[in-house]
Design a protein. Sequence first.
Length: 561
Amino acid sequence: MKKSFVLLAGLLLCISPLCFGQVGIFENQGDIGAVDAAGSVEFDEAEDMYVVQASGADIWNTADEFFFVYNEMTGPFTIKANVYCLPEAGEPTWAKAGLMVRNNLTAGSSHGFAMIRAQGNDLGPQWRATQGGSGASDDSKIIGGIEGEYIQGGDIELERFGKTLNFYYIDDETTERVFLHSINIPDFEDPVYVGLATTSHSDGLYSIGEYKNVEIIEYPYGVSRSISATAVGPGQASLVVLEAEIRDSVTDELTFVEDYPEGSTVANINASAGQATDDGDKITWKISGAPGIQTLKYDLNVSATAPESGVLSGTYDGGGRSGSIGDVVLTFMDMDPDDLGIFQGHQDIGAPGADGGVIREGDTWKVIGSGHDIWDAADDFHYLWLKTEGDFTMSIEEPYIGSWGPKPSSNTWQKIGVMVRQDLTAPSAFASAALRSSDQAFMIQWRESNGAGAAWDELTAAPVVWNPNWDAAADGIENPTYEEVSHGGKIMIQREGDYFMASYEYDGEIWVHSEYEVIMNDPVYVGVAVTSHEAGSTSQGVFKNPQLEGSIVGVKDWMLH
């Protein structure tokens, strides 16, 4: 198609599905996706303002339709502007204008979008994390505006370091840059496309995006941090990675300082270039003459007496530029026994290969476990327990099991179960009612005496409502996520003398019920067991509302974990 350029009194107008040529600081512009009306852009040099007229169904779902004014760029940078959106003939609520960084120019490209919408000129972060994936946003981060005026939320900034995008706005009163949100786009690769994105949300009709004081700044270098887990247990390690992207022109020595939480230690520090030293409470990483992407990796070891949370923070300097890496808040597994609810303690049983732990968040318990299995003549798992005697009933609701952590298990036989155990040794006699990870199917398992081989009753596939992705013909799916599983149901074990009745109840009806005999002497331990079925890898079992009807036996303080 022929490209059209019209020069009018200092305004450069481009009307084309794909139009190349300098417009202000931008080299390219054109429609993305199958828009029904071609967009256009004018640049008023005197006002330092871009006026974009755009159509398009939306920037959302799995494919976008909008007009894009952009440059192709590499390395770390930031783009900032004052942005205002007018619906004109377009849909007045969700017409959008904003700053975008995009992986490619296809309609389904991953991207980050600092969006101003026409209604109220609200600012909000929006993104697509993968090619062809669904659009996403964080409504809790929306900053409200005042319709018809340039507003606090209109002065916005979108910063790129590698695969990380940071969203900011400028506070009207303090004129300070305020951090709003951060996202990671896994498939971002150089070059990326950065610029001004406008959609009418009414395909075939137009909306207007006005962009004043647009500025793109290339950083000589930038640094971002990623962490393998947002929650770690006492004695556990989480992998932390700093990625520094350094331009060829930088020859000065750069210094990166990484502060880690009080009481924690670091190990296995590995820098791809330069030298990194552990100073007892921080890591100092010095690099000189090493352009490109350099990485610093280390294991953060959480102490056994860690507080409820800790912060990774840091600064960088050199090359005439300084700034902050940014804080990452880690939630540590709470070790206060009083916060375990009805349970008295938790610990690893056997030699699981990776430390387990427990997180309690309100009415939800999360048990992290590793280990080869709960099977054979000895077990490896993490156990959240209480001590009891006599007859009892123990139940948990909405159970789930799946992979977790920096080295997640990929095994289809990860398990969570309500377990009764004679003692806390690996070969102990036990009785268990459990779910496995691949399809959340239910099973009964037991060991009749200390060191004997384990046995099990027939595995029963879960009801369809439990896991919508379950396909018996395909032998289930591996590791459904917590979001993929339809939550519900109750696992229950009852003890009457030497007999244990295990059942699974769903929607008020007993779905599975089995009875078996295991001779155990009082007192016994009852609780929740989680194994990854892969020694050294970890799984997470989640449940709610644990209930015990029976007698609890007191334990010594030294037994509490």
